[in-house]
Design a protein around this ligand. Structure first.
Ligand code: GRF
Length: 201
């Protein structure tokens, strides 16, 4: 199965996928890494031939970037598109074009804390638990059907960075696990729900 990965930053989630593929525990191939930032460190994790990046900020209107990105993704014919730390909203046209094949990892227990700065907001609210979700991407930000979540405790005296690190440690195995299910054809999006092995979750 062919994977296209979208990443904006460091790319540790991309690395988790690469490591699982190298270890033989994920039956997939990364066929392209796509970024909205020209020099995203994530790009360096794959051979130059697999990298595509453009400075999204230089596009106007913004939809032009998403259209070009979509064409570049289509060119590598992926089975699945994985947003792994992709910090830019995908426009509706993009989402509709690939609907049902786009996964996103979001560092919160959705539906709580959509959007940015999830760790700081969880601490400010004094919640006891925080975590990460992998979901199908739908046109509304961080609102698609949730496939799986992993939880961590919020500890007394936590800083956003300390909490982010604790969450990241569970992000990597969760993302690999969900992508494994995806490439095995075991999960599908049906309307607003996830179907697992033919049964609605
Ligand atoms: C992760 O916490 C991801 O969930 C979030 O941004 C971070 C990216 O980390 N959306 P990395 O680029 O995969 O290292």
């Amino acid at each position: 199965r062919r994977l296209a990965v979208l990443a904006s930053g460091r790319g540790s989630n991309l690395q988790a996928l690469l490591d699982a593929i190298a270890a033989g525990t994920l039956d997939a191939e990364i066929v392209g890494v796509f970024s909205n930032r020209l020099n995203a460190p994530a790009l360096e994790r794959v051979p130059a031939a697999l990298r595509w990046s453009r400075d999204a900020k230089s596009y106007s209107p913004r939809e032009e970037f998403d259209a070009e990105l979509a064409d570049a993704i289509d060119a590598v014919q992926p089975d699945w598109i994985v947003c792994a730390g992709y910090l830019r909203v995908l426009d509706e046209k993009f989402v509709e074009r690939f609907r049902g094949r786009v996964l996103n990892i979001h560092p919160s227990l959705l539906p709580a804390y959509r959007g940015l700065k999830t760790h700081a907001r969880a601490i400010a609210d004094g919640v006891a638990e925080h975590g990460v979700s992998v979901h199908f991407v739908s046109p509304e930000l961080d609102a698609g059907a949730v496939i799986a979540q992993a939880r961590v405790p919020v500890l007394a005296g936590d800083t956003p960075d300390a909490l982010a690190e604790r969450v990241l440690a569970v992000e990597h195995p969760l993302l690999v696990q969900v992508v494994r299910l995806a490439v095995a054809g075991r999960i599908a999006e049906q309307g607003e729900t996830v179907v697992f092995d033919g049964h609605p979750l």
